[in-house]
Ligand binder design. Structure first.
Ligand SMILES: Cc1cc2nc3c(=O)[nH]c(=O)nc-3n(C[C@H](O)[C@H](O)[C@H](O)COP(=O)(O)OP(=O)(O)OC[C@H]3O[C@@H](n4cnc5c(N)ncnc54)[C@H](O)[C@@H]3O)c2cc1C
Length: 384
């Protein structure tokens, strides 16, 4: 067991940092303040990601035939840590890189891959993910958006909610029911839907996590060809399982939390307030939470890299990441409350806003706690 980075890993991290230092503009803090779904950050990422691609830093872990370099999964993870800690300059495109692209490469037809994967690898595509509905979040299998076969087409009707980045997305990775109402998991299919076709309406949901990040998305008699279906009817659940497993460990927020904690501690030191034993105990506890999250995430990455199935470890990692987020933002709120007002520490407020939703987006943390109880502690199902 070796927990250290190799020289090659370190060199790769330096390469990413140098790139960011060179390419992020002086007003990046202002651009990133609005969140990855904002117009400002979306326009920025459509310039930035092609540069990343050119430098071999957008999809280095992808296969060569799809624009990658077959680099090891750890490099992909280092890349994610550095991007996330820098405020995620890839904007919404982190989703393409981490899971939408790999899912299309694995399950798409040759035409679907050819149509979508190269533009993702070039940093030119914005996707959104239409899963959740007003009555189907944690219990996704209850979703009601219908896709009805009509000759060579499907006609899609229904509504989605909390759709990140939908306002400016080019395509939607959409879940819809092709089976009868009540057909559960077995009646769902995935559709790759251009957001520009008639019948799609997107409404932004005002929120504190950024302008234009989350939306309601309405589909009224949206007609797509059958070739827009990813996989077979009823196969969606196994495809989503693959996709979500990549999504849930795809966001290394612990790295951002750890760096924000460092800044907070630095500010307390500057104010002469870092000697308090209470401050030190709480800072130590937040640092421990960040490192625990990091190591739990690394374990899931390692297992996946070795092709081993992920069990409750992924749930442990996800809960630990949410707890680390909360530990850091609670620490800041307690000892530096004034730093969350005004413009002096934009990173604190941005981190706090995201920490609020960490335990909700990409599947609620409580659901993960239930999985840990059953799969890790072997407790009986509470519903039984
Ligand atoms: C910032 C953000 C971005 C998002 N982006 C997207 C996106 O791009 N695409 C998309 O499709 N969705 C997106 N979502 C939606 C997200 O996936 C859902 O919010 C999440 O799955 C929870 O579903 P829900 O909101 O319907 O809450 P519910 O499922 O109604 O849950 C409400 C509360 O009840 C708890 N609960 C529910 N069931 C159980 C249970 N069995 N045991 C214990 N507790 C339970 C939950 O933990 C939660 O606290 C996003 C959400 C957020 C906050």
């Amino acid at each position: 067991m070796d927990f250290d980075w190799t020289d090659e890993d370190r060199a790769f991290r330096s390469r990413v940092r140098d790139f960011l230092k060179r390419e992020l503009p002086a007003d990046w803090a202002e651009i990133s303040r609005h969140g990855p779904g904002s117009r400002e950050q979306t326009e920025f990422c459509l310039e930035f990601c092609p540069k990343l691609a050119k430098a071999g830093l957008l999809v280095p872990h992808w296969p060569r035939e799809w624009g990658g370099e077959d680099r090891p999964p750890w490099e992909h993870f280092i890349l994610g840590e550095e991007m996330w800690a820098a405020g995620e300059p890839r904007g919404a495109q982190y989703m393409n890189v981490n899971w939408i692209g790999p899912t299309l490469m694995r399950f798409g037809t040759p035409e679907q891959r050819q149509r979508y994967v190269p533009e993702m690898a070039a940093g030119k595509a914005i996707w959104c993910q239409g899963f959740s509905e007003p009555d189907a979040g944690s219990d996704l299998a209850r979703l009601r958006t219908r896709a009805v076969r009509d000759g060579d087409d499907y006609v899609i009707s229904g509504s989605k909610i909390w759709t990140s980045y939908a306002g400016l997305a080019h395509h939607c990775f959409l879940l819809a029911r092709t089976g009868e109402a009540g057909s559960g998991k077995a009646g769902i299919a995935i559709f790759l839907v251009p957001m520009s076709i008639p019948g799609i309406e997107v409404r932004s949901i005002p929120s504190l996590i950024g302008h234009g990040d989350i939306h309601e998305t309405f589909f009224t008699d949206v007609r797509v060809p059958a070739s827009a279906r990813l996989g077979e009817e009823g196969q969606a659940w196994s495809i989503i399982g693959y996709s979500l497993a990549n999504e849930r460990v795809g966001i290394p927020r612990y790295e951002l939390s750890a760096r924000v904690l460092d800044q907070m501690v630095g500010e307390l030191r500057r104010r002469g307030a870092a000697a308090s034993p209470v401050v030190q105990a709480r800072a130590g506890s937040a640092a421990a939470a960040c490192e625990a999250a990091r190591l739990l995430v690394y374990r899931t990455v390692d297992k996946r890299a070795r092709g081993e199935p992920l069990g409750a470890e992924a749930s442990l990692a996800r809960v630990a990441v949410a707890e680390a987020d909360h530990a850091v933002t609670d620490f800041g709120m307690e000892f530096l409350p004034d730093a969350f007002d005004g413009d002096a520490f934009p990173a604190f407020l941005a981190h706090h806003e995201r920490a609020i939703v960490t335990g909700i987006a990409a599947g609620a943390a409580e659901i993960q706690l239930g999985l840990i109880a059953r799969r890790w502690l072997d407790l009986p199902n509470g519903d039984a």
